[in-house]
Design a protein around this ligand. Structure first.
Ligand code: FE
Length: 306
């Protein structure tokens, strides 16, 4: 059942060269730069998002994800959820307000798969970018590149999927979709705190804490095709697509940022209510589950992680 987690609020991504990365996320994906901090981190958002930022880029020696944060309804909720997480034997530390610019305190912990997550309730709201909150126009006319509307989800690779399922169910997420191997062990989890097909997903992998992709939402299939054109026009490294997923049924394309982190832009996808039974895919049909048209996996999709 729902426990007050609203949505994926932000992801902090490590990049090798901050200016090269900003060019990619702003000029190609179409995110808006909203601020920078004294550590040199750059804050970005999709134009429909009401909070000040949803993507934080940090320059580092290795690519990957530092953490993913979920926004909760209020401050009391992050305290009570932190208590629930501690009861699972997971250590939770409180990061003071202001560590991320214009963000309140965050309750941070490491999931059984080795990924760092955090819960927070307060962040400066700057409203949708480029349109008024009163009689809003359909879209701002000066968007760049793929015109991504919002940060949508992350897909992460790690070992202890059952541990993560217990953790995320404790946080009030529902299991929307799963992949089962022939012995009925879960090898993929698609978890949602909302009506979306997924807010975060995990695929079973021997190594802990790996980052597969951060995904951004586009409005239409036409815009996914247009994104593919832009990937070619800019000689950006393509992973696969445009195609459709079996899992979630979203229409998608994958590509890489200049540091080797995978990005996705997608549209469509199934919806979820808390009384839905999980949709199950069989691992024998994983090709079709992941790439519905090709019905086979490319090796890169499974093995290139940051
Ligand atoms: Fe995705």
């Amino acid at each position: 059942m729902r426990k007050g987690v609203m949505r994926p609020g932000h992801v902090q991504i490590r990049v090798l060269d901050i200016e090269e990365a900003v060019k990619h996320y702003v000029d190609l994906i179409g995110l808006i730069e909203t601020d920078r901090d004294e550590q040199g981190r750059v804050y970005l958002k999709g134009w429909t998002e009401v909070d000040k930022y949803s993507v934080v880029l940090r320059e580092a020696d290795e690519p990957g994800m530092d953490f993913m944060g979920f926004k909760c309804v209020d401050e009391a909720t992050i305290d009570s959820l932190a208590e629930d997480v501690r009861k699972l034997g997971i250590e939770v530390k409180e990061i003071p307000a202001g560590d991320l610019k214009d963000c309140g305190r965050r309750m941070q912990f490491v999931a059984p798969t080795g990924h760092t997550f955090e819960l927070y309730a307060t962040k400066e709201q700057t409203g949708k970018w480029g349109v008024s909150n009163v009689n809003p126009e359909a879209w701002p006319r000066d968007l760049k590149g793929m015109k991504a509307t919002r940060f949508d989800h992350c897909l992460l690779y790690g070992d202890d999927l059952e541990g993560n399922l217990e953790l995320f169910e404790t946080l009030g997420f529902g299991l929307a979709e799963q992949v089962l191997d022939p012995d009925n062990n879960r090898v993929a989890l698609f978890l949602t705190a909302s009506m979306k097909a997924h807010d975060v997903a995990f695929i079973k992998h021997a190594e802990k804490g790996k980052f597969h992709h951060a995904s951004f939402y586009l409005d239409t299939w036409e815009n996914v095709l247009r994104a593919a054109d832009l990937i070619s026009m800019t000689n950006t490294s393509l992973d696969i697509g445009p195609t459709r997923h079996g899992l979630t049924h979203g229409q998608t394309i994958y590509f890489f940022d200049p540091s080797g982190n995978r990005n996705e832009v997608f549209c469509g996808g199934d919806y979820y209510y808390p009384d839905h039974e999980p949709t199950t895919w069989k691992a024998e049909d994983l090709g079709k589950a992941i790439f519905y048209h090709d019905r086979q996996l490319n090796e890169r999709f499974l093995s290139v992680l940051t």
